[in-house]
Design a protein around this ligand. Structure first.
Ligand code: MRU
Length: 378
């Protein structure tokens, strides 16, 4: 089975329902932008690049069947309104806002061209949205290559173990993944001893999704709870020593401060304490030069029940009954809950940012120069 989070052909969009993984592999149709909005908000699809692509394609399939005006400007205004709506689904990952901004530019210029009708605007939009699905995979493969080469230099000629957090793989992108793409490349090069992945509470993207991908690809891997990371980093034996922590990103501010899944910040602190390299892997479109620092990033808060309840198939003492999925409470009833979905890791704790153009390290002034990402936003 090929791991594919997003299946698109003109007129049809399907997403692998990530709420049902790892127990059930089920694809859901996404029939339009409203459906796309809920798919993203409810986390049936998630991960910064996947969110942007599903939003864009959900509107494409809607436009492909809608009865629209022949007037190019009216069609352009309709698309812009729908994109503004889709951007409201989740606030932290910049990829969605960036994709919407670029698609708006394409639509506005198609609407203004001489002789263009509504159908030409729809075509320009759908072609650009479909291209996002294609470019994401090639960007991820480049990220994987550059990240693996950088990590291999930490221990030339040896195999290395790495730790990752959340899910940044084929399920979070159009394919291959960012931080998990680096792990795939290390493994492909024969340089990976073992990948460790955190459970990633509260939503368990690590134990449900990253572990699923690692098992699927037969990559040697071990699951830990988030609270075990420091104990793992302290181990210095040749078989457990961690060479680097590599994570994804939802938004990298102009100064390198990085918003990513809650728990990333504490991993960066423990990496610094233990002298372990800490790397962020993300396409240039995740670098937000308009946001000066992490203090300016909106952090999404998720419903408390994502922390106090857990979902899984019924267990009869011997077997899992996959047809009987139930929600179970794992917290005292009545307790107040704080559930931020992301945190911000200060740039000072980050050793390198891996993009599809290479690995950026801090300059002589001790800061990152990320202005090279500008052209990815045009
Ligand atoms: O809440 P999620 O599951 O969408 O959070 C995902 C992450 O934080 C990922 O690390 C990030 O989006 C990068 S995915 C390539």
């Amino acid at each position: 089975m090929v791991l594919e989070a997003i299946r698109y052909k003109p007129g049809s969009l399907q997403i692998l329902n990530q709420l049902k993984l790892p127990h059930q592999v089920e694809y859901d149709d996404v029939k339009g932008s409203e459906d796309g909005w809920h798919t993203i908000k409810d986390m049936r699809t998630r991960g910064a690049p996947a969110i942007a692509i599903v939003a864009a394609l959900s509107l494409a399939v809607e436009l492909q069947v809608a009865r629209l005006s022949d007037n190019a400007e009216e069609v352009g205004a309709f698309i812009v309104e729908k994109l503004d709506y889709l951007v409201m689904s989740r606030p932290t990952a910049v990829n969605l806002a960036d994709a919407a901004r670029k698609l708006k530019m394409i639509v506005e210029s198609a609407a203004k061209s001489d002789g263009n009708d509504g159908a030409a605007v729809v075509k320009a939009y759908c072609d650009a949205a479909a291209q996002m699905l294609i470019s994401d995979v090639s960007d991820n493969k480049a990220i994987g290559k550059y990240g693996a080469e950088w990590i291999e230099k930490l221990a030339p000629g040896e195999q290395v173990s790495v730790l990752t957090h959340c899910n940044t793989g084929s399920l979070a992108t159009a394919g291959y993944g960012t931080a998990l793409g680096v792990i795939r490349s290390l493994y492909g090069n024969g340089s990976l001893k073992r990948a460790f992945c955190t459970e990633t509470r509260p939503y368990n993207q690590g134990s449900r999704l990253t572990a699923f991908e690692l098992v699927h690809d037969k990559i040697p891997a071990t699951l830990i709870t988030d609270s075990m990371a420091s104990a793992l980093l302290r181990l210095k034996g040749p078989s457990e020593r961690i060479a680097a922590i590599v994570v994804g990103a939802d938004r990298v501010a102009a100064n390198g401060d990085t918003a990513n899944k809650i728990g990333t910040y504490q991993l960066a602190i423990t990496a610094k304490h233990h002298g372990v390299k800490f790397l962020v892997a993300a396409p240039r479109t995740t670098i937000d030069l308009q946001t000066q620092s992490g203090a300016d990033i909106t952090i999404e808060e998720r419903p408390g029940k994502e922390m106090t309840m857990i979902k899984g198939p019924r267990f009869d003492g011997v077997d899992l009954d996959l047809s009987q999925v139930e929600m179970v409470s794992i917290a005292a009833k009545g307790i107040d809950v704080w559930n931020p979905a992301f945190d911000v890791t200060p740039a000072e704790l980050i050793d390198g940012i891996i993009t599809e153009l290479g690995v950026v390290e801090k300059g002589a002034n001790g800061g990152f120069d990320l202005t090279f990402a500008m052209e990815a936003h045009n």
